[in-house]
Design a protein around this ligand. Sequence first.
Ligand code: NAD
Ligand code: UFG
Length: 335
Amino acid sequence: MSLLLTGGMGYIGSHTVVQLLDLGQDVVILDNLSNASEKVLERIEEITGKQPLFVKGDICNRDDLNRVFTEHQIDAVIHFAGLKAVGESNEIPLSYYHNNVSGSVTLFQAMADHNVKQLVFSSSATVYGEHNLSPLIETMPTSATNPYGKTKLMIENILFDLAKSDSEWSIINLRYFNPIGAHASGLIGENPNGIPNNLLPYVAQVAVGRLELLSVFGDDYDTPDGTGVRDYIHVVDLANGHVKALEKLSALSGCYAINLGTGNGTSVLEIVNTFSSVCGHEIPYQVVPRRAGDIATVFANAEKARSLLGWQAEYDLNTMIEDTWRWQSSNPEGY
Ligand code: NAD
Ligand code: UFG
């Protein structure tokens, strides 16, 4: 099978490339490197002994897309490319709507024109909005509170309409919960630009001495220890979820939303304590007021992925944090 991975140089994409190359699949990556380093390619080759084809290009650029679909026989697409910072999306919403929504429509049009109608899309648990109670299940109503989340919801809805209009399409919207961890080699991992927004890269940079102090956003939530609870999932489990989704696509018609989570919730303080025991020293932190827009508890009902894809998460929290720490401590400044 020959696969196009948009955004394949990024955090989740690069881990998925590794899984696919290990399975002997042909992979073409299209990435504009807006949030990735070219060094990822060397690291992927070091891990797998194989080189994926890389095209530097943009999903918003129809010529770049035509070039890829004309020069390569593509069977299916995994669409990771997009901007993903919630806070930034409030500041520059037009960039988010352009890059994520217009870029996706341009990609889907190019796919249709080249008769490639199998797609896995990177959606997010953010589409469950603020009002559903965890465990979150795919049949719940969706909503979004910030431009980033709205782009994910818009793209999901565009894909549902597309599949309704033409039964040749088979599409899976994977709703990721909180991806963390890194490949066990320590060669690829999450490499945020600037100060991290997400908990794990922040804690990891405090642990390695790049940042001084973690701010814990609120300890007065209605949770066992008062701090926010999330469903953290190992990025390698997530990558395997894409492999399973691809295997299923050819037998499906229509558009399906599927959660990728573990079904377990972990609090901020549990993360901090587990990280301390893995790295062997305290993680300094202070409790500060809640972050606007955060909710107390988010975790998945992971049953649909199990029944439809035959997938479930395998890595436990300790392994996720050991792998995060191996990546961070062997690459303290990132790539
Ligand atoms: P990432 O930023 O590491 O990867 C995204 C990649 O897309 C980057 O390599 C970037 O250079 C590329 N890209 C961005 N815009 C592009 C464009 N217009 N054309 C071509 N390439 C472009 O992010 P990630 O964490 O690997 O996330 C991958 C996908 O999963 C994103 O769509 C994100 O919204 C979604 N997602 C991520 C999380 C998370 O917590 N990491 C959670 C839910 C959903
Ligand atoms: N947190 C802190 N301090 C920090 C960062 C985070 O206490 O410096 C807390 C948050 O308040 C929250 C938890 O750690 O309770 C996790 O926060 P993240 O920012 O790591 O993750 P979120 O669950 O807020 O958001 C993530 C992605 C979104 C995606 C969402 C889907 O960043 O893009 O998961 O559930 F939409």
